[in-house]
Ligand binder design. Structure first.
Ligand code: MRU
Length: 378
């Protein structure tokens, strides 16, 4: 592994801006996002004063990642309510903004239900809007707490599976503070390992085509002073073959009732590689990502994104909110492309699913349902 030590960790700095926050300047309430299309070059806030602006931010991936989409959806409903807009229409727009991450609909429905219930109980619209906002803030806090608990359970599991040491962990896409009210899901486990002195190296898949690994996970790893190396997605196979991966840690966008996991495209090939090389493949996600109403992987809707994300190298700094300024062509003009945003990993390839309620291993529908039942009792 010739130059794996070439990148020395830099100082410990959390992102300068929170991934999402509610603000109430004199012009009226807004949702402020850390614009992820501009990272790592610039840390810029993106101010959403209405739901269409927030929907655009979701679709351009200025805000992204399952748990954060849930929080954004809930704040979006509150924004519509506080501004006196049509809450039902806003909820519909938000829920349909992206199809795969179940948390988006969860957050939207949770804030909307709080709003409607308050109205039913006789609150005026202003009071009901305050109730919706309180619900969004509660979801935000709960996600931070879930993040802490997943990190604890995740590291305990790693230590059990890999006794004696400095773990070399491979991750895909981005699952840190940028996707969460706290420090994230899979990344939070690696971060906890780092703080405990048990992370030897975090291998970061670049994550084609939108480079969430290179732009976002490497940014978070660097800011936290973790030893990390970036690799092209294609290089993972040779890394496993060289015996340099002790475990794979990924997040999830939706987990079906049978334990099938939808996550960023490229996760499934890693699971196949992990199985072949006898390496644990661990999914870390809050129970809000488990969708017991979707029976299996085949029933999960996988978002298809524009082919131009594959045929062009688009600049993440294209413009505020990620509007596309046109990219560098890397394929013949007019080339067709296959660009699913996610793939599905079946439960038999997954060593464990870690949630804030503990881990399920082996992954079974019954085990998952038990964890979800535990979380709804709180
Ligand atoms: O298309 P994205 O960037 O929203 O996809 C995000 C992922 O696939 C993450 O891995 C997933 O949301 C889990 S992070 C908690």
């Amino acid at each position: 592994m010739a130059d794996q030590d070439a990148q020395s960790p830099v100082g410990i700095e959390p992102p300068a801006l929170p991934s999402i926050r509610w603000d109430e300047p004199p012009e009226g309430p807004v949702v402020v996002l850390l614009d992820q299309t501009r990272l790592p070059a610039e840390e810029v806030g993106l101010v959403c004063a209405d739901v269409p602006a927030l929907v655009r931010a979701i679709q351009t991936l200025a805000v992204r990642g399952a748990p954060l989409l849930g929080i954004a959806g809930a704040y979006g409903v509150a924004l519509a309510a506080v501004r006196g807009h049509d809450v039902e229409e806003a909820a519909g727009l938000l829920e349909r903004a992206r199809p795969t991450a179940v948390n988006l609909g969860y957050g939207v429905r949770r804030a909307a239900a709080a709003y409607w219930m308050a109205l039913d109980k006789g609150a005026d619209p202003q009071r009901a809007a305050a109730v919706a906002l309180a619900e969004a803030k509660a979801l935000h806090r709960e996600d931070a707490e879930a993040s802490r608990r997943m990190a604890r359970y995740g590291l305990a599991l790693l230590d059990e599976l890999l006794p004696g040491g400095g773990h070399q962990l491979l991750t895909h896409c981005n699952s840190g503070a940028l996707v969460s009210g706290g420090e994230g899901t899979a990344f939070a486990v690696a971060l906890r390992a780092h703080r405990a002195g048990r992370l030897r190296r975090l291998w970061v898949d670049e994550t084609r085509p939108l480079l969430q690994g290179a732009r976002l996970t490497a940014y978070e790893a660097a800011r936290n002073g973790m030893a990390y190396s970036l690799l092209t997605d294609n290089a993972a196979g040779s890394l496993f073959a060289a015996g340099e991966v002790d475990a794979v840690l990924i997040g999830a966008d939706r987990i079906a009732a049978d334990g099938s996991v939808a996550n960023k495209v490229g996760s499934y090939p890693l699971a196949v590689l992990a199985k072949y090389h006898h390496v644990p493949f661990i999914v870390v996600a809050p129970t809000t990502t488990v969708d017991l109403e979707t029976a299996d992987g085949a029933s999960i809707i996988v978002e298809q994104r524009p082919g131009r994300e594959v045929t062009e190298l688009t600049s993440p700094q294209a413009g505020p909110g990620g509007e596309d300024a046109g990219g560098l062509l890397v394929a013949p003009l007019g080339a067709q492309a296959y660009n699913p945003a996610f793939d599905i990993t079946p439960p038999e390839l997954i060593t464990a699913i870690v949630t804030e309620e503990g881990a399920v291993s082996p992954v079974t529908g019954v085990g998952l349902a038990e964890l979800c039942a535990r979380s709804s009792q709180i």
